[in-house]
Design a protein around this ligand. Structure first.
Ligand code: ARG
Length: 419
């Protein structure tokens, strides 16, 4: 019998590169490196070579872009999922996808374990571990960087001793993660929440001051809550999102500065760049406000927050997520139409919307000729609507203290005419 195998989620960065010899030598495992393309242009061939050079028995690169968009990003967009009103959840959505693909490859390779490069301080470890635990409870999960207790300097030394080329990104004071739904930047001066992020942390967005002087209008067409065309041209989700990252990023749209509450109980300062996500989430909500009724919108807002929290907190593969996803799907059946967005110097604003399933009625809304709203029905409606307020005001003596400034003195009168 050969050695036990482990499938490692391999990014090509320092932590996962050091993890390869560590898993081999400390735990006596054969390492299969798995690198996923989640929509970022990279030299995947050299990442593969680096994994092999570090001692992996096999290095796989998988194009996961379409799966990511279809099964993770679009459902989150349809749910309007934004964590704490700020973070469109790019990293959080990619971890359950990675957990799933790690498990798939582990099965195919006959591995008994999977591994990832997360530290013991973040949310990502939770997302990987809970995801793998749900999909394959028999697999062992190893997080070398959570166990080895090496400082960054010690890691670099370890890499050099093993003859592993240290990636160029090591020189940067920032820690980043990216996929087509967004990019996150942490560490360095960003750990001072009072310090404005220096321009150098941004890679996808132009500074609004250097953005084009002329505004750019973008038209996004949605079908059942899924964006399907840009400026009239149909395209698949991956391409649509990548193009929007370009266009909106060019106009300085999508910079986010979030003092965020991690699941592990700490507040951390996170900078995000999410041009496409910012634009699409706004456009999608604008179309919902035209095609969903008021009570549907209210309820969906609560569902959105639930979805965002469970995505953030690593519960993608929970039954609750599946149930909420079914609800969200149902809400999207009339969310079709086109939204017009104006990008200008860091701003992204919806300036127009249209839909063949619109609940906006010109005849009801207009103040001009052609108004069909029955004004004469309003007094009766208001009479009934205000009934409980009038009743309570009389019985409890509102008029004596309309601003609630004094403690009640005398017993209010019980007399009230109901109509
Ligand atoms: N704070 C964000 C989240 O929890 C971003 C995490 C970025 N992860 C990383 N390994 N750099 O989703």
């Amino acid at each position: 019998m050969g050695k036990d195998k482990v499938v490692l989620a391999y990014s090509g960065g320092l932590d996962t590169s050091v993890a390869i010899p560590w898993l081999k030598e400390k735990l006596g495992l054969e390492v299969v490196a798995l690198t996923l393309d989640v929509g970022i242009e990279k030299d995947y061939d050299s990442i593969k070579q680096r994994a092999l050079k570090a001692g992996a028995v096999k290095a796989l690169v998988m194009d996961a872009r379409e799966t990511f968009v279809r099964y993770f990003v679009l459902p989150a967009l349809q749910a309007d999922a934004i964590y704490e009103g700020q973070y469109p959840l790019a990293t959080a959505l990619s971890r359950p996808l990675m957990a799933k693909l790690l498990v798939d490859v582990a099965r195919k390779e006959g591995a008994s374990a999977v591994a990832h490069g997360c530290t013991g301080k973040g949310n990502d470890q939770v997302r990987f571990d809970v995801g793998v635990g749900a999909l394959a409870p028999d697999l062992r999960i190893i997080a070398p960087a959570r166990e080895w207790g090496m400082s960054r300097e010690e890691e670099i030394e370890y890499a050099q001793n093993k003859g592993i080329p240290v990636p160029a990104t090591v020189a940067s004071p920032y820690s980043t993660d990216e996929n087509l739904w967004g990019r996150s930047i942490e560490c360095g001066v960003l750990e001072d929440p009072w310090a404005e992020p220096p321009e150098e942390v941004y890679a996808w967005t132009r500074s609004p001051k250097d953005a084009p002087e002329e505004p750019r209008y973008v038209e996004v067409e949605f079908r059942r809550g899924v964006p399907v065309a840009l400026d009239g041209a149909e395209m698949d989700g991956v391409e649509l999102i990548q193009r929007l990252n370009q266009v909106a990023g060019e106009h300085g749209v999508g910079r986010i500065d979030h003092l965020e509450d991690r699941l592990v109980g700490i507040k951390s300062r996170e900078i995000y760049e999410a041009p496409a996500a910012t634009l699409l989430l706004q456009a999608h909500k604008a179309l919902e406000s035209m095609t969903l009724a008021k009570d549907q919108l209210r309820f969906k807002e609560r569902v959105a927050q639930e979805c965002a929290d469970l995505i953030y907190n690593g519960l993608w593969f929970s039954a609750l997520n599946r149930d909420l996803a079914a609800y969200v799907q149902s809400t999207q059946r009339h969310v079709s139409g086109t939204v017009r967005v104006k990008l200008w110097k860091g701003n992204c604003r919806v300036v127009g919307r249209k839909s063949s399933e619109s609940l906006y009625s010109y005849e009801l809304a207009t103040y001009d000729k052609g108004d069909q709203f029955d004004h004469r029905a309003s007094p009766g409606f208001i009479h009934i609507w205000g009934l409980p307020v009038r009743l309570q005001a009389r019985v409890q003596g509102l008029a004596e203290d309309p601003l609630g400034l004094q403690a009640p003195k005398k017993k209010p009168s019980r007399h009230f005419e109901y109509d």
